[in-house]
Design a protein around this ligand. Structure first.
Ligand SMILES: NC(=O)c1ccc[n+]([C@@H]2O[C@H](COP(=O)([O-])OP(=O)(O)OC[C@H]3O[C@@H](n4cnc5c(N)ncnc54)[C@H](O)[C@@H]3O)[C@@H](O)[C@H]2O)c1
Ligand SMILES: [Zn+2]
Length: 343
């Protein structure tokens, strides 16, 4: 088991869920989870009062927060209540937000059960819900006391959801570690077979990269923006297709690399390596949606400032830069090459 500390949050990689009692306070504990995950952790959910939320991005809303609040009132939760979120990225985002605003903030922790939430969503203190169709528009920064990342959780995770998590690992490697990228290239088969040691290494390295960035910029004033690599595109893709977040990130990473090549910042050879690794990890690398719909969604992205948009561009594998691009210029680039779906 390896531990990474981040702003008071303990991220426990390789810790077994069976050891959860070591981290829970003796006070009143309430579990919040979704229906799929509850079935996998029914023993734990039988020990503590459990609130079950609906699955799916369409339920990452204020209605769900309101439902949780009403259930917490019903359970007579108070400031001594500890909230334990068990689930993937959606549960973690919703639970972190609900716990942070209920009675102005209850302590909380996560058992992070999807690969994507282990490497990204449950780490870093960002949480929140979608609002009026905009991703993560309402939320707060608040750190869980602990995050348990047990590789055994992957056993019940559907293969499609499992593969989606690799998109955020590839993102982390593209951002900061050519050696992690090389490790993925050399261990794709073992990773896809859910080999626990390979997974533990990948989760640890990806979390370390994220934690190092968040440690210097918790509130996304500068360096943390890099974590949005591929996400400006991904959020627009998620809104316009049935792809999951991780799948949309995979396409978004390819689009960011294509844009970097068009701007003369990245070599075509490195772009190909990005596409190849994502394909080998069984992830989508392109999507067929009208440019106009994606442009419109990107224009409305909450990360835009004025007429410009911040885009994270890969320069080489292991190094990215944030560039401000006029939306008009992005539109122009998108219309230049009709074979490139987004650009
Ligand atoms: N806050 C952040 O910094 C951050 C970062 C990245 C992503 N996110 C958010 O995370 C969300 C995506 O997370 P996700 O991909 O984990 O989606 P998810 O939470 O919907 O989980 C995927 C599916 O797998 C099921 N599941 C989860 N763990 C399981 C397990 N161990 N066994 C069986 N089934 C299991 C869930 O019920 C769900 O149906 C998006 O909303 C995204 O915006 C947040
Ligand atoms: Zn993401």
């Amino acid at each position: 088991m390896k531990e990474i500390s981040l702003h008071g949050s303990r991220i426990l990689i390789g810790e077994a869920v069976a050891n959860i009692h070591k981290y829970l306070p003796s006070s009143h504990v309430v579990i919040i989870t979704d229906g799929n995950v509850r079935k996998c952790y029914s023993e734990l959910c039988n020990v503590f009062p459990t609130i079950e939320i609906e699955t799916g991005e369409q339920h990452k809303t204020l209605n769900t927060i309101s439902y949780i609040a009403s259930e917490l009132v019903h359970l007579e939760a108070d400031r001594q209540t500890f909230i334990l979120g068990i689930g993937g990225g959606i549960v973690c985002d919703v639970v972190g937000f609900a716990a942070s605003i209920f009675m102005r903030g209850l302590p909380f922790g996560f058992v992070s059960t999807s690969l994507l939430s282990q490497v990204d969503a449950s780490v870093g203190g960002k949480n929140g819900v979608n609002y009026k169709g905009y991703k993560n528009m309402l939320g707060v920064f608040a750190q869980p006391q602990f995050v348990i990342c047990d590789p055994q959780s992957m056993a019940t995770l559907p293969q499609k959801e499992f593969a989606a998590g690799f998109a955020e690992i590839v993102k982390a490697a593209m951002l900061a570690s050519a050696s992690l990228f090389g490790y993925i290239e050399n261990n794709v088969e073992k990773a896809l077979q859910k080999d626990p040691q390979t997974l533990e290494h990948l989760v640890y390295e990806a979390v370390k990269i994220k934690a190092d960035i968040v440690a210097v910029d918790e509130r996304e004033q500068g360096e943390r923006r890099k974590l949005n690599l591929g996400h400006t595109f991904a959020h627009a893709i998620e809104k316009n297709t049935p792809l999951t977040h991780g799948e949309a990130v995979s396409v978004g990473l390819c689009k960011a690399a294509q844009l970097a090549v068009m701007l003369g910042l990245m070599s075509a050879k490195e772009q190909k390596r990005v596409e190849n690794i994502l394909q080998r990890l069984t992830l989508p690398t392109a999507v067929d949606i009208p440019n106009s719909a994606l442009c419109d969604a990107m224009r409305k992205d909450k990360k835009k400032s004025g007429t410009n948009i911040h885009v994270v561009l890969p320069i080489t594998i292991g190094h990215c830069e944030v560039r401000e691009i006029a939306i008009a210029a992005l539109n122009y680039l998108m219309s230049v090459d009709k074979t490139v779906v987004i650009l």
